[in-house]
Design a protein around this ligand. Structure first.
Ligand code: ZN
Ligand code: FE
Length: 257
């Protein structure tokens, strides 16, 4: 399977998956049709399906126009009236896209939105706005507990899983991660690498789950370092991982973004 990154808007990535044996393709979260149609045309691909992670417009805005060009294209997504799905998929469901040669597992990951889902296949995770490199999505609709549990599900995937998130937010996320976790050498190293990449306009994703577990403060809610940092900042005792996550998220929302 080929995976092509389609940059869009200021910092979105749409992920185009295509078979090496035929001309079929599927796209994850097409927020805009134009860059997708350009890529499909250049690579002589037929769009057979669309995978949607959540209802935000930068993830679904291109669906209608893509369906005009490819009327047979099937839209998969969570059960949510705000998304123009043809077929709804549920937690743990297997989604077999034979034309592409991929059998996805659907993972419910509420938090950023109430019906957010992710797609997992062959150690590749397409997680929309749930997990970013060195960060995570804002809690627009879900509770801290839901997001914590969603991130926990992601952390239970194999360590060498590649995380295909939907935005290039890494450098900005590192800015906040360094405030919470200033003595983390791996994070400082990562920042240097990311600055180099971004200077040359090279994407920093997909990231590797194993590395995220070491540098992303939003995955380290069980780590003493993050727990103490958050407790110090809020000058109160914080003992459980949901509260650590909740306060880390609040810290970024209220004092950084
Ligand atoms: Zn979003
Ligand atoms: Fe988004």
């Amino acid at each position: 399977m080929n995976i092509t990154r389609i940059p869009a808007f200021t910092d979105n990535y749409f992920w185009l998956l295509s078979s090496k044996n035929n001309h079929f393709a599927t796209i994850v979260d097409p927020g805009d049709s134009k860059p997708v149609l350009n890529t499909l045309q250049n690579e002589h691909l037929i769009l057979e399906s669309i995978l949607v992670t959540h209802h935000h417009n930068d993830h679904i805005g291109g669906i209608n126009d893509l369906k005009k060009v490819f009327p047979k294209c099937i839209v998969y997504g969570p059960d949510d009236k705000r998304i123009p799905t043809d077929i709804c998929v549920n937690d743990n469901e297997e989604l077999n896209l034979e034309n592409i040669g991929a059998k996805f597992r659907v993972i419910e990951v509420p938090g950023h939105t109430s019906s957010h889902i992710a797609y997992y296949f062959d150690k590749k995770l397409f997680c929309g706005d749930t997990l970013f490199s060195c960060g995570c999505g804002r809690l627009f609709e879900g509770t801290p507990e839901q997001m914590h549990d969603s991130l926990e599900k992601i952390q239970n995937l194999p360590d060498d899983t590649l995380v295909y998130c939907a935005h290039e937010y890494t450098l900005d996320n590192i800015g906040f991660a360094k405030i919470v976790d200033p003595l983390n050498d791996l994070l400082i190293e990562k920042e240097k690498k990311v600055i180099e990449l971004r200077d040359q306009n090279i994407p920093t994703v997909p990231s590797i789950l194993k590395e995220e577990k070491l540098i992303n403060p939003f995955l380290r809610y069980k780590d003493k370092v993050i727990m103490e940092s958050v407790a110090n900042h809020y000058k109160k005792e914080i003992s459980n991982s949901i509260e650590v996550f909740h306060h880390t998220r609040m810290w970024k929302d209220t004092e950084y973004d």
